[in-house]
Design a protein around this ligand. Sequence first.
Ligand SMILES: *Cc1c(COP(=O)(O)O)cnc(C)c1O
Length: 457
Amino acid sequence: MNREIPYKIYLEENEMPKQWYNVRADMKNKPAPILNPATMKPITVEELSPIFCTELAKQELDDTTPYFDIPQEILDFYRMYRPAPLVRAYCLEKKLGTPAHIYYKFEGNNTSGSHKLNSAIAQAYYAKKQGLKGVTTETGAGQWGTALSMACSYFDLDCQVYMVKVSYEQKPFRREVMRTYGANVTPSPSMLTEVGRKINAEFPGTTGSLGCAISEAVEAATAQEGYRYVLGSVLSQVLIHQTVIGLETKIALDKYGIKADTIIGCAGGGYNLGGLISPFAGEVLRGEANYDIIAVEPASCPSLTRGRYAYDFCDTGKICPLAKMYTLGSGFIPSANHAGGLRYHGMSSIVSQLYDDGILTARSVEQTEVFKAAQTFARIEGILPAPESSHAIKVAIDEALKCKETGEEKNIVFGLTGTGYFDMVAYQKFNDGDMKDYIPTDEELEKSFATLPKISL
Ligand SMILES: *Cc1c(COP(=O)(O)O)cnc(C)c1O
């Protein structure tokens, strides 16, 4: 196949994936089961159902079915903003003077500005199908809340978002996007829930935390009839929905006979990365191909490169299921880092197991060099990238420069998860030369590891 490769590889509607892929089916070493925090025993669909939608609870615990059909209603919604283009970064290649071929999968082409919509729409669909009235969730900086608001308005579901108070006050723009889509946005801790009132009484004037917002969202879901709680990370179902990224990427590459050598993604909770790499990791697991797969995380929150592989709570409130994962400890508070979406203490249990089995490697990078890469990319490729996505850009550039030295014509593919229009305070810090790098000390990490729960199954 010698067709010239266009700047953007799109798929025809009839080429788009119609199923999500569950990489666990091809894993010999399955991720360890998630545990019920009340019993510390593997959780069942019945136990998950009062909090989560039943269909999603089933996907969560299924590690043998390789493919799940994407329901027609979700395919229809995907068609509004998918396929996401796979872009050949010709301009960046030229600028770097590298013989490498660089491709990026751009997930920022929807109003929520990131890949999170891929799972939000699936979770809203199953909630609607189950006849629910609405869903509750938490959001930090607001990316997940924005995606969920869009999904809920499409299916006419009520959406209640508990937003960490400090972000609610300091980041009004995403808040207003959510409200425009009809969501009810409440600063957390609020006076609407028992746990919120308790925290407000105990710590007057507190600006909140993600753990507290999760606790409020879960309480609100269980206290109202016809409501369930939904999550933008932590769960394997989220990773399954995100495989639409990797499946489209693979189809687009195959269409032009391109074999990826290196696949790079940024890793917060590991869901976009897991979604991008799943079809490729599946080939590796089945012995069909080899890829150099790299997860990139911030040096300030290095769960893969410096974390422990252990059971841990997924939230500071300790009410969500426990998962075995690479973690820094649920009480770990990363220092100020401008990639809000990468500040999670743990890593998806699927990505963690793949990493432990050597299917992928990990690197950590510091934020000033990440913003330098973001600037280079913005100036030459025209897209203002999200700080999270720019972690992948940084390593893609590093790899392309290595090829310049060796003369190798590698095919480098990376995930560009979103745009950075709501991150201008971070860009301002960088442009003013005020951005600092923070790396936790070993002592700080040890302190956090000491709080890991002791689990014996
Ligand atoms: C949330 C977010 C991430 C982190 O995603 P994970 O799938 O949890 O690793 C990365 N990029 C952007 C733009 C995000 O909004």
